[in-house]
Design a binder for this molecule. Structure first.
Ligand SMILES: NC(=O)c1ccc[n+]([C@@H]2O[C@H](COP(=O)([O-])OP(=O)(O)OC[C@H]3O[C@@H](n4cnc5c(N)ncnc54)[C@H](O)[C@@H]3O)[C@@H](O)[C@H]2O)c1
Length: 330
């Protein structure tokens, strides 16, 4: 068996997935430009510092190794930044995916698992979102993911590309063995922000809007453990290798937690006070995103292990307490 190319494998979800694949006996090679990733996160396989938008780097990787499949995490993924700097997002994410797909075609690699997002869905948001829910991205970031999904569907039809789009809801938690966790710089995700506040590394948690049409006015999200996402990638590769059809799968727990509920759960896990402050809504955010992952359960045999938000936060808490880097200076 050949190797799996993991783009963006020095990032949060990529690193957990590489560890998982290595644990299953698979050889990986990470290509990551370290724009938001970390060299110390890429330690369960080979590592090449490079950009997925650079055809020469990709030709070198595909030309010198036997690559069987690609897992494509590499992307810029901050919703707010994508609103203020959309050109960078279209260039990095869409152009990067096009360059990768062209290189795969040149080298006869036809299997891809792609990191998509629940942010591709449009309103109404009040029900559990299935894969058949109306598509309607709000932010440029989400548009890039939707565009790539469309490109993959077209390539599947035209060239026989085998591609699965995994639409993650909110990735959270950390490796239960504490070897890797979440380190986004700058951090924009709620659970690390809450835990860094608990540790005194931040003054308080900004609640971005309390006037959403939700029971407590704060935005509701479906938190899915990064370990469960990693497991889904291994199953997705297996599915494609055994002749399974291309398509899209939601990866979520089907449980919605508001910002205030997450802060409360973190207070109970840490036993610490976590000050909060009200702030305006962030452009590009939806009021509620909760997914129905029945298709991934039925077709991939995916069984998420973590559903209790406190359990998810506990693994993150173990990581953040020992994470030496902490947040950037305030
Ligand atoms: N974190 C979430 O909750 C979430 C939810 C839905 C989808 N996603 C998607 O999952 C993927 C991974 O997210 P993450 O949270 O691990 O983010 P991350 O920023 O930790 O990881 C992304 C990695 O990609 C690398 N990268 C970015 N552009 C690159 C390029 N042009 N060439 C090479 N490497 C590049 C970065 O250096 C980083 O290591 C992203 O595609 C993201 O859009 C994440």
């Amino acid at each position: 068996m050949g190797q799996i190319l993991v783009t963006g494998g020095a990032g949060y979800i990529g690193a957990h997935t590489v560890k998982r694949l290595a644990g299953a006996g698979l050889e990986t090679v990470v290509v990551d430009n370290l724009s938001t990733g970390h060299r110390d996160f890429a330690r369960w396989g080979a590592f090449i510092q490079g950009d997925v938008g650079d055809a020469e780097t990709l030709d070198m990787v595909f030309g010198t190794r036997k690559i069987d499949a690609v897992v494509h995490f590499a992307a810029a993924s901050q919703v707010g930044e994508s609103v203020t700097n959309p050109l960078f997002y279209y260039q990095n994410n869409v152009q990067g995916a096009l360059t990768l797909l062209a290189a795969m075609r040149r080298h006869g690699v036809d299997t891809l698992v792609f990191s998509s997002t629940c942010a591709v869905y449009g309103p109404p948001f009040d029900s559990l979102l299935t894969e058949d829910h109306a598509i309607g991205p709000i932010s440029p970031y989400a548009h890039t993911k939707r565009m790539i999904e469309q490109i993959l569907a077209d390539c599947s039809r035209a060239y026989g590309l085998k591609a699965l789009c995994l639409r993650y809801f909110n990735a959270a938690g950390a490796d239960p063995e504490g070897e890797v966790g979440e380190r986004h710089l700058p951090e924009t995700h709620l659970i690390p922000l809450v835990l860094q506040t608990a540790l005194g590394q931040r003054e308080c948690v900004n609640i971005l809007g309390d006037d959403y049409p939700t029971p407590d006015g704060t935005a509701i999200r479906d938190y899915i453990h990064v370990q469960d996402l990693a497991a889904a990638h291994a199953l997705a590769l297996e599915h494609l290798r055994s002749g399974g059809a291309s398509g899209a799968f939601n990866l979520g727990n089907g449980l919605g937690h508001s910002v205030r509920q997450v802060v409360e759960a973190a207070r109970s896990v840490t036993g610490l006070d976590i000050p909060v402050r009200l702030a305006p809504r962030r452009a590009g955010d939806s009021p509620r995103l909760v997914g129905d992952a029945a298709r991934a359960r039925a077709v991939l045999g995916w069984r998420p292990e973590f559903s209790d938000i406190r359990e998810i936060i506990s693994t993150a808490w173990n990581w953040h307490r020992q994470e030496p880097h902490g947040p950037p200076p305030l």
